[in-house]
Design a protein around this ligand. Structure first.
Ligand SMILES: Nc1ncnc2c1ncn2[C@@H]1O[C@H](COP(=O)(O)OP(=O)(O)OP(=O)(O)O)[C@@H](O)[C@H]1O
Length: 259
């Protein structure tokens, strides 16, 4: 399934937070959304997963307008892993992953053996079967993110939207989460802060600045010194990494640039 965003704008009290955003994510692509703090990444994603309603523009899953679907139908197409890992009440890990099955159920439907198998597979995929009965609140940040990805897997949606999925995680878990997302091979859009992670994992990138997309393309096309200077206001040195073959960015502090 592919995602197309057409001319999307969202404002609060006449202040445009995002304006005229158009983008597409092709079947199976992992596309990164990068941009400085406050550039509108979360606002765009929230408009895409219907927590916010755009003032203008549409989001299509293949050729179906998302806003014309029931929320339950949208949830069968799009799973979301957001930054907030706090969950009210003391649910167990498997209870949270079972929540991914709810878009497929009618009211009062009970869990079937097929649901149990799907949840089992999802937990196995993120390497957390052994924590199935643990309380979610006792997990580490990285484990919590993996549970939320397992919930998204159990949802069996064909698209995944991730808002800074590696936020607050140490480098090992950052790589583990991104490896996991990559191996899912689901059409995915992820807001990312770490440009080296974006360069390594993403097939394509969109760059947001002050609520507008100002560049897009492969990591090699987008991650250029002049663009990073303009958007993030930092000096960089960019090389092709000898092992990964991807752009490798070294950030140069002011004192280094001046010396
Ligand atoms: N409810 C709101 N009311 C007013 N302004 C808002 C609201 N939500 C977001 N904003 C503003 O919109 C802009 C974009 O915010 P958004 O959270 O989308 O940016 P972001 O790129 O995700 O930032 P970050 O990298 O810091 O997470 C910011 O200036 C923010 O202060």
């Amino acid at each position: 399934m592919n995602i197309t965003v057409k001319d999307l704008s969202y404002r609060i009290q006449d202040k445009p937070l995002i304006a005229s955003i158009s983008l597409d994510i092709q079947e199976g692509e992992l596309v990164g959304l990068i941009g400085p703090n406050g550039s509108g990444k979360s606002t765009l994603l929230k408009n895409m997963y219907r927590v916010l309603a755009p003032d203008q523009g549409e989001v299509f899953m293949n050729d179906k307008d998302l806003s014309r679907m029931s929320h339950k139908e949208s949830a069968r197409h799009v799973a979301v892993v957001s930054q907030e890992t706090s969950v009210a009440f003391d649910f167990t890990v498997q209870e949270i992953v079972f929540m991914g099955r709810s878009p497929h159920k009618k009211m009062f439907d009970t869990d079937t053996s097929q649901d149990r198998e799907i949840v089992h597979q999802a937990l196995s995929r993120v390497g957390l079967l052994h924590r199935a009965r643990s309380s979610f609140s006792t997990l580490s940040g990285g484990e919590k993110q993996r549970v939320l990805i397992a919930r998204a897997v159990a949802q069996q949606a064909s698209c995944l939207i991730l808002d800074e999925p590696t936020n607050h995680l140490d480098i090992r878990y950052q790589l583990q989460i991104m490896d996991l997302v990559k191996t899912l091979k689901i059409t995915s859009l992820a807001a990312l802060h770490d440009l080296n992670i974006a360069a390594y994992y993403c097939d394509r990138l969109y760059v947001l600045k002050a609520g507008r997309i100002i560049a897009s393309g492969s990591p090699e096309q987008v991650l250029r010194q002049d663009l990073l200077q303009d958007v993030f206001e930092v000096a960089t040195e960019i090389n092709r990494h000898p092992l990964t073959g991807k752009p490798s960015i070294t950030f140069l502090p002011e004192m280094v640039v001046r010396s």
